[in-house]
Ligand binder design. Sequence first.
Ligand code: AMP
Length: 739
Amino acid sequence: MRFLFALISSSVSFGLNSSSRLTLRHLHALSSKSQRSTLTTFFNWQPPMATAEESLRRALAEKQSAVEAQGNAVRALKAAKASKPEIDAAIEALNSLKLEKSSIEKQLQAAVSGNDGDASLSREAFRQAAVNTLERRLFYIPSFKIYRGVAGLYDYGPPGCAVKSNVLAFWRQHFVLEENMLEVDCPCVTPEVVLKASGHVDKFTDLMVKDEKTGTCYRADHLLKDFCNEKLQKDLSISAEKAAELKHVLATLDDLSAEELGAKIKEYGITAPDTKNPLSDPFPFNLMFQTSIGPSGLSPGYMRPETAQGIFVNFKDLYYYNGNKLPFAAAQIGQAFRNEISPRQGLLRVREFTLAEIEHFVDPEDKSHPKYSEVVNLEFLMFTREEQMSGQSAKRTRLGDAVSKGIVNNETLGYFIGRVYLFLTCLGIDKDRLRFRQHLANEMAHYAADCWDAEIECSYGWIECVGIADRSAYDLRAHSEKSGVPLVAAEKFLEPREVEKLVIAPVKKELGLAFKGNQKKVVEALEAMNEKEALEMKAALESKGEVEFYVCTLGKNVPIKKNMVSISKEIKKEHQRVFTPSVIEPSFGIGRIIYCLFEHSFYTRPSKAGDEQLNVFRFPPLVAPIKCTVFPLVQNQQYEDVAKVISKSLTAAGISHKIDITGTSIGKRYARTDELGVPFAITVDSTKDVTIRERDSKLQVRVDVEEAASVVKSVTDGQRTWEDVWANYAHHTSGSADD
Ligand code: AMP
């Protein structure tokens, strides 16, 4: 357990987990079993053993005592009018103790802020520069800005829209097309019954507290998390024990009940951040936006919090469409709505966002994947449960090894982890700032077989951008039960198979005589026994003639006699095996991926004169909002005509581009397009041939006017690389690249 705290200190201090995935956190947190175990771990907790940070805290406390003792000694010497050399020696000793203390403080500061005290400042400055550029160039804008905006709602402006549509187009190509997935498009407005069955109506909640005077709402766990992180990072005077306790709180934050959260908030004296007013007790707040369908107001509905339910409820038809064959996957891209209590961190936690979800349905007895061999040799950062629990860091791991060792539960889950890695890195996510983190036991719902999050590191820390979960048969079962429509698949046998079946036959007449009005409940409970229970009852009835049997719907034991039920094993012929498929679900938060992509692509470089920093987005052509700009070098009719001819060819080739015939200096025009991440610029400086400039290297080649569009198309389509172009065309070395 102790190592868990070390892990959490490194992974949660800046981290952002998904807000509120009901199925992974809320269902788990709300199950009475998990609450019981949480209480046990929380209150039976013992301080962890020494870590580097902990020994530094202890050393600091000791040094502080030594400084105080030496200070007292100096004062005592002075009061006793001791000799000057004696006092000077004592002062020297005091000064050297102070120096030692300050050196420990520095080491501790570095340890608590992940050795990057300065880095956190530059992280802020980096984010500020990136976000300013993004908002100024209308990649995204706070929605309804002229009315002072609404927290957690953002618009994508023209370049943002283009990036988003490129990301989604690549998602469709990489997943839907590659796997022959069945894409669907379901409504955002969802009737209550669907979300009741899925559990969202009852459990899709976060715990909220209110400022008792102003009524302002805050997410309770965020306040506690911020308090613990701030204390750990800024208050070096806290004892090692206190630090360990705060880390334990961070580690168990997801598990805390409303009462436990409230107790901690009170214990730590946490108040409303804006007013310092006292806070209410935490209470659950359902994150779904409620509405009603139709004018009567009698039919309740919600804006969907995820797109997955639309796929689950269509399972029967999709299975039929797929020729009644498994495995198959359905996919959906669409808006999801979550009324986040306190949205923050820009595009990372918003109230309406685009989700792209895949539900891959598979036989629970065969989770192999036909294309698994294509990803088996990929190597990337994986952060296993064991590594997290033992305080290690994420390790570069061969995917095939993680699957064969059983760390990743099955091949299909492994296959999707590999495909997600390829998807994100092709988009331009830095592979060294991408890791796959396995969920800890306290994060997983009881029914989930295994879950991994693709986390991307940005200035806010490690952010969960894609969740990849083996959700077993939970969702289809829940909708089968609620709708009464069996959402099952069948494996037809080539030859009928003889199978031994347990037959439980309650004798209704006898049970009716014995239990009267409760007969139905007793019959149901008898029929619901599993094989082990039934065989135990059979043995007990044969030896004793009567057993006590607990009927949970009655909440009590009833006596069952031998004549009330017959339990036997029979050989039956079966032609097929009917089962509920398992679901493997990769779920992509498109806005989060795009924001991380923005940060991973952003850099600044000095202007040619060296007097200012210019902003650049190094988007790969695949995602760049505009692939190419076309400029006449100077304002001149002939050059403009050539630019228009090239523009026409680019349009015909389907290459998004922008033609800029303003008289602004070429350097300024380059800087303007670099800031939009446009990878290529064609400059017209003659009527025969033109230059093509690559954004990041600023290198230019000379190409015939007729060839310019096709060269740009070939590099943006990925048929050739810029290095290839550079090797095959004349180099242009004029100083006009920047000015
Ligand atoms: P979940 O269903 O909670 O696992 O969320 C699926 C994905 O949606 C996560 O991996 C995130 O990328 C994204 N996501 C969840 N909540 C938000 C939010 N409030 N704002 C933006 N993206 C979100």
